[in-house]
Design a protein around this ligand. Structure first.
Ligand code: IFM
Length: 447
């Protein structure tokens, strides 16, 4: 089955950007190279029971040494753009000075990406906080937001020449809530008030860094990447409708509303004030400065029933539906609805779909990785984006997650999201059927 779009789709126009995405800790490996500092994910991986199979990022896809081969693979896919992240622990030392050896790696990488004619999207923070900052409180410490501003200054100064688009953060929800409220990601803390305070400091860090990046890289666009799932109620019952509303508020609106409107969802004051962080005067104005784009990562939807202790609890869709290998419901219609609803709620800047994809239990059988389910997923979700554009949402690009299989956080290497299969024993890369199908879609645009 091919991945196709209606022939009149705006997504086939030359100015719509197609790309693939990765993140530093998930692919780079080489955790000891060139004076790299320890990150919170190194520590988390080394803590027994935190990551499936005891996996860690020491080797990952060895991209730190194989980046030339990986750029050739990006070119093979025929895409316009590549989205990557910078590892903070590689490019700074504990004194807060630049680590030139780490910056050199990214300079080589970015120079080649530009020489290959690719548009470069860089994320400054995709979860690998230096451990020494966590030891001082991490994102619970307001000072970390100022450290991030300094880091953004150093990196945008050193690398600005090659970067077309800067995102300050990837998925503040995951960094803050999974890391500090639910304890399932690094640093593994779990208190409701921690998650929201960490989120506030991350959003503050975003706002503090914006003018700095704009100053250092005036020709690039600057924004932030949020992840969102469409929330549904488990039933028509008022209490389940309320649960759904709270899920949407706590997971989605809590992150977008401060950016777009300079406030946290007002309903929290009434029904769940324990989820409101400490805010200092002026913070919300810093957070809500205009951005050039909003990145949106979408994978799935959720269904919610009322729970007296936690306001909502996840339930399975009562309808027979398809799930991915990581257990996420496949719901392309929810993707369109999410985008259209956000567009009604907010005056959004241009959007990029900065991640979308699925985990499949892939097997390499004599060089053929038959991931037809992923091909169907990409087809249906790209068409969901098309429908959102038709409904008036300003979407400028789409990045498949991910270029290649990689370290899937608490799932270790057990879940594969790549368009390219990675054999972790040999580090051999093999294009999956989804990669070939994505390439064919790219080719279909030519002329
Ligand atoms: O692998 C992650 C990525 O790092 C952030 N967004 C979701 C992906 C799949 O879980």
């Amino acid at each position: 089955m091919p991945i196709s779009l209606p022939s009149q789709s705006k997504m086939l126009a030359p100015n719509f950007i197609f790309g693939v995405a990765t993140a530093s800790f998930q692919i780079e490996g080489a955790t000891d190279a060139d004076h790299r500092l320890t990150s919170i994910w190194d520590t988390f991986c080394a803590t027994p029971g935190k990551v499936k199979g005891g996996d860690n990022g020491e080797q990952a896809c060895d991209h730190y040494h194989r980046w030339e081969e990986d750029i050739a693979l990006i070119k093979d896919l025929g895409v316009d753009a590549y989205r990557l992240s910078i590892a903070w622990p590689r490019v700074m030392n504990e004194q807060g000075e630049a680590n030139q050896a780490g910056l050199d790696f990214y300079q080589r990488l970015l120079t080649r990406l530009k020489a290959e004619g690719l548009t470069v999207f860089v994320t400054l923070y995709h979860w690998d906080l230096p451990q020494y900052l966590e030891d001082k409180g991490g994102w619970l410490n307001r000072e970390t937001a100022y450290q991030f501003k300094h880091y953004a200054d150093i990196v945008s100064n050193a690398l600005g020449e090659w970067v077309d688009s800067w995102a300050t953060f990837n998925e503040p929800f995951c960094a803050a809530i999974l890391g500090y409220e639910l304890g399932i990601h690094a640093p593994g803390l779990s208190k409701p008030e921690y998650g929201r305070q960490a989120a506030h400091h991350i959003l503050l860090a975003h706002g503090l860094a914006l003018p700095v990046i704009r100053h250092n890289a005036p020709n690039a666009q600057v924004g932030i990447v949020l992840n969102m799932n469409r929330s549904y109620a488990a039933s028509e019952k008022a209490e389940d409708q309320f649960a759904c509303l709270m899920r949407d508020i706590l997971d989605n609106q809590f992150f977008i509303e401060p950016l777009m409107k300079g406030q946290y969802p007002q309903l929290l004051n009434k029904v769940a004030p324990q989820y409101l962080p400490n805010i200092l005067p002026g913070d919300m104005a810093i957070i809500s400065q205009p951005i050039d784009f909003l990145g949106m990562n979408y994978y799935t939807c959720n269904h919610n029933a009322y729970d007296a202790n936690h306001l909502f609890k996840d339930v399975k869709n009562a309808q027979p539906v398809e799930y991915t290998d990581i257990g996420w419901e496949i719901a392309p219609h929810a993707f369109t609805e999410l985008l259209v609803n956000l567009n009604k709620q907010y005056r959004l800047p241009p959007l990029y779909i900065t991640e979308n994809g699925m985990a499949c239990a892939d097997h390499n059988i004599d060089g053929d990785i038959n991931d037809e389910q992923r091909v169907r997923y990409l087809h249906s979700h790209l068409n969901a984006v098309h429908h959102a554009i038709e409904a008036g949402v300003d979407i400028r690009g789409y990045f498949a997650w991910s270029l290649m299989d990689n370290f899937e956080w608490a799932e270790g290497y057990s879940k594969r999201f790549g368009l390219i299969y990675v054999d972790y024993q040999t580090q051999q890369r093999t294009m999956k059927r989804s990669g070939h199908a994505y390439r064919a879609l790219m080719d279909s645009r030519a002329g």
